[in-house]
Each structure stands twice: as structure tokens, then as C-alpha cells.
Design a protein around this ligand. Structure first.
Ligand SMILES: [Ca+2]
Ligand SMILES: [Ca+2]
Length: 247
């Protein structure tokens, strides 16, 4: 083969790599899991008056905060803050469809009373209020893992609670749907978070350390469809990645 042929072969191979979508899938498939979404928030809005997160994100600011801005892209991160007129925690949402997988991000809580919830939902599931499946809530002193699907957001419990008619037996069941991990997060510092979802078990990692796990039947829901970041006060988020994993 002469050098001209070799060059044209090499060129054809490079062209095939660029156009072949299979190669792209291979690139994103690493360690048995597939990266289905990522955001480094290294961008700015075209203006500062209104929310403009981009990359497929949505919020509840229109319905719960009179359209006021509650999310700001700044210094390469996503700053979430509840507006004074809001009647609900800020909810910053992104579609993410998987069964088993993990979510990784970096977060910063700047006040002792701040917290960040990773709330997974399936809006097509009608046996629960607003599609709530479960939440992992990171506070500065502890981390709560709560099964909403078979717990407090299940319509039976949700309606009884609203009517203040929970029976002692129902209260006993609800108490088993939540686990508190005693783990402090330093105020004002960046931390790494990973939540791993495998079958009916959620495991939480902070700065690479396994800080605890909880098993509950609602976690095994076959289709998580939406990530909602739930912020009652303030939180800063960066480098978010969602992985789906084959069983
Ligand atoms: Ca900004
Ligand atoms: Ca960033």
C-alpha cells in the first residue's frame, strides 16, 4: 500500500468515526453505565432579569413564585434561591428516564438552615401525589432518605394526612418509610454527592465516602422519569451527571 492509499484509508476511518452514532454510544458507555445527562453550568444568561437556565431545565417559578427569578447562572454554577413571594420550595426539574443508576453533583449550602433535595418522580404514576417517588434531602447536619411512593405521597396516606385522619397503624407504616443518616456537611464549602439507585436500595456518598443506605420497596419503581431539585431556601449546584445502568 502506498502512502497516498494509507492516507485516504485513514481519512475514511476518521470520517466513519465522526458520522457513526454507535461510536458516540460507546464513548458515553463506561463502567457498565451510560451517561444520560450532564451539565457543568459553565455559561451565562443573555440577560439577568429572568430565569434562562437552558439545557432542558425547567422550574416552578411561574406557578409558585409569580414568575420571579429563583435560579441564577453565576461563576460557572447554578444558584437556586427562594423568592420572598414563593408559596412552595423552588423546584428545578430535568427529564431523566432510567430504572437503576446514579446521580452525581457538587453542592454548596451557605447557611446552616439550607438544604438540597434530589426528588425523583414519575408523573405518569397516578397512585401518588404529583408523581413523587422518593427524595434524598441533604441538610447541613443530616441526610434524609424518604420513600414517597409507598409512603407519604401515596394518595391513601397523603389524603388522610391532609384531613388529619392518619390512623396509628398508618403512622407506624410511614415511620418505616424514612431513614435519617447522621452526617454533617460543612456550611459554605463545596461537597461531592453521589446517590446510587440499585433495585430497592439507595446508597449515599459524600465526598466519595459511603455515608449510608436505605432499602424500601418504592425505590425499585421501574421508571424514574424526572429529577426535581427541591430547594426550600438556598443551594448552589454544579457538575451534575445522571447515569443509567443495566441490571
Ligand atoms: Ca447570571
Ligand atoms: Ca461549573
Amino acid at each position: 500500500m502506498n502512502s497516498t492509499n494509507r492516507r485516504s484509508n485513514k481519512k475514511r476511518m476518521l470520517q466513519a468515526m465522526v458520522v457513526c452514532p454507535f461510536m458516540l454510544t460507546l464513548n458515553l458507555y463506561a463502567g457498565g453505565q451510560t451517561l444520560i445527562f450532564s451539565d457543568d453550568f459553565n455559561r451565562n444568561e443573555s440577560q439577568e432579569a429572568k430565569e434562562e437556565i437552558g439545557n432542558g431545565w425547567n422550574t416552578n417559578s411561574k406557578s409558585r413564585a409569580g414568575g420571579n427569578k429563583q435560579v441564577d447562572l453565576r461563576d460557572g454554577a447554578m444558584h437556586i434561591y427562594r423568592h420572598e413571594v414563593a408559596d412552595h420550595a423552588v423546584s428545578v426539574t430535568h427529564p431523566a428516564e432510567f430504572k437503576n443508576g446514579s446521580i452525581e453533583l457538587r453542592f454548596k449550602l451557605e447557611d446552616e438552615k439550607d438544604s438540597l433535595g434530589l426528588d425523583l418522580a414519575d408523573q405518569q404514576l397516578k397512585t401518588v401525589h404529583a408523581g413523587h417517588l422518593f427524595i434524598v434531602r441533604i441538610g447541613t447536619r443530616y441526610i434524609d432518605i424518604i420513600d414517597h411512593k409507598t409512603g407519604g405521597m401515596n394518595l391513601e396516606y397523603h389524603e388522610a394526612k391532609k384531613a388529619r385522619q392518619l390512623t396509628p397503624d398508618q403512622k407506624k407504616v410511614l415511620a418505616q418509610k424514612t431513614k435519617r443518616l447522621q452526617h454533617a456537611q460543612k456550611v459554605g464549602a463545596w461537597h461531592g454527592l453521589k446517590i446510587d439507585m440499585a433495585g430497592d436500595t439507595i446508597t449515599v456518598f459524600i465526598d466519595g465516602e459511603n455515608v449510608g443506605a436505605f432499602s424500601s420497596e418504592g425505590f425499585a419503581h421501574p421508571t424514574k422519569r424526572m429529577l426535581r431539585l427541591s430547594v426550600p431556601k438556598n443551594a448552589v449546584v454544579d457538575d451534575l451527571k445522571i447515569f443509567s445502568r443495566a441490571e
